[in-house]
Ligand binder design. Structure first.
Ligand SMILES: NC(=O)c1ccc[n+]([C@@H]2O[C@H](COP(=O)([O-])OP(=O)(O)OC[C@H]3O[C@@H](n4cnc5c(N)ncnc54)[C@H](OP(=O)(O)O)[C@@H]3O)[C@@H](O)[C@H]2O)c1
Length: 335
């Protein structure tokens, strides 16, 4: 097995290639030839030492590939099946306790920057038919998070209005799922070029959040003063004020991330209260969310947006490409 590992103190420069024997699957386990992985914002935090990581950890929460061996007692998987990894292997469905959300691949557990992985069956679901391994490898974190936010929690309906912020992995999936659900989508970006790509992907309206500082007011104007029904909030405390302005009375805001930084800690309480806003935080999603999303991707012919591919040995370059801020779509690792 080839694997990229983190040397502590963690840094992109400290990533190193390692070789080891891949164990055969035990009872209830499958061995997967990982053919592709993808990078998420959180992986950069793990590799950069912002999230704690043990020495030797294999990073990357998202992997996809083909089952090559099946252990005793395994049902539901067979050799040759195309599979995609799960973010919370012990969260099957419904309510989950915080204590059950602590073993995510890519940190603190080993992830998928490796060409073989032997894991219990709960670490994988089937992949969507018709997608490449790289496309499937984009789904675990960003795809399931967008699905959870808009479909499981928000129950987005045809005719609803949805606001997505920036062109990160979660936001592009949110745009695609919202359009598949029949919603009108308003999307933002700091880049003129990316605004064009958002339109090509189906966004009905786009706003440059760098040029239009009060983009919440611009969203209100686009919705006849009403505001949007749903917002997938990936910006964090720095964007929350404008998001609350952009929301409709009784609107739903999925609290997902903080690409704008955590360095302030404020909630626009008065607007939240006056508009009766519904704030629902998201921690990726369950196995059920993932299997529902896989079916929806097949039914709607959705193709994940991929920016670029890097070989495993160039994982460090992949992170540097991500941090340069130019990508539109997921950065994938080919194995
Ligand atoms: N809670 C959860 O379950 C969960 C799951 C997944 C991710 N997350 C979090 O959600 C966030 C997004 O994750 P990701 O993987 O999609 O990130 P990503 O792909 O790294 O997103 C990068 C994009 O964010 C956009 N951005 C940066 N600053 C912004 C701002 N001030 N306003 C609006 N957009 C801004 C930029 O878009 P433009 O270049 O177009 O301007 C940039 O391209 C991260 O904070 C991540 O940790 C949370």
């Amino acid at each position: 097995m080839r694997a990229m590992r983190i040397r502590t103190p963690a840094s992109v420069e400290g990533l190193y290639l390692d070789r080891a024997d891949a164990p055969p699957p035990g009872p209830g386990e499958i061995r997967v030839h990982i053919r592709a992985a993808s990078l998420n914002f959180r992986d950069a935090l793990v590799v950069g030492g912002v999230f704690p990581a043990r020495d030797g950890l294999i990073p990357l929460s998202d992997g996809a590939g083909e089952v090559v061996a099946v252990g005793p007692g395994v049902t539901g998987f067979a050799v040759g099946d195309a599979v995609v990894s799960t973010f919370h292997p012990t969260w099957a469905d419904g309510h989950v306790e915080r204590s059950e959300l602590t073993a995510s691949p890519g940190g603190p557990a080993d992830g998928y920057a490796c060409d073989h992985a032997t894991r219990s069956v709960s670490h994988f679901t089937r992949a969507p038919r018709g997608l490449s391994h790289a496309e499937s490898a984009t789904l675990t974190c960003a795809g399931v998070t967008a699905w959870r936010a808009l479909v499981t929690d928000a129950q987005v309906r045809p005719g609803a209005t949805v606001l997505v912020l920036g062109t990160g992995g979660v936001s592009l999936f949110a745009l695609q799922f919202a359009k598949a659900a029949g919603a009108t989508v308003i999307a933002t970006s700091s880049s003129v070029e990316k605004l064009g790509k958002l339109k090509a992907l189906g966004a009905d309206h786009v706003i440059n959040y760098r040029e239009t500082e009060k983009w919440g007011e611009a969203v209100l104007a686009l919705t006849g003063g009403l505001g949007v029904d749903h917002i997938v909030e990936v910006g964090g405390p720095h964007t929350m004020g404008q998001s609350c302005i952009a929301a409709r009375t009784g609107g739903h805001i999925a609290i997902v991330g903080a690409v704008g930084g955590f360095d302030i800690d404020t909630l626009p309480f008065a607007i939240v209260q006056a508009k009766r806003l519904r704030l629902q935080a998201v921690t990726v999603g369950s196995r059920r969310d993932q299997t529902d999303m896989v079916r929806a991707i097949e039914a709607n012919g959705i193709r994940p947006v991929i920016d670029s591919h890097f070989p495993l040995e160039r994982l460090g370059d992949a992170f540097r490409h991500m941090q340069a801020g130019g990508p539109f779509g997921k950065i994938c690792i080919q194995l």
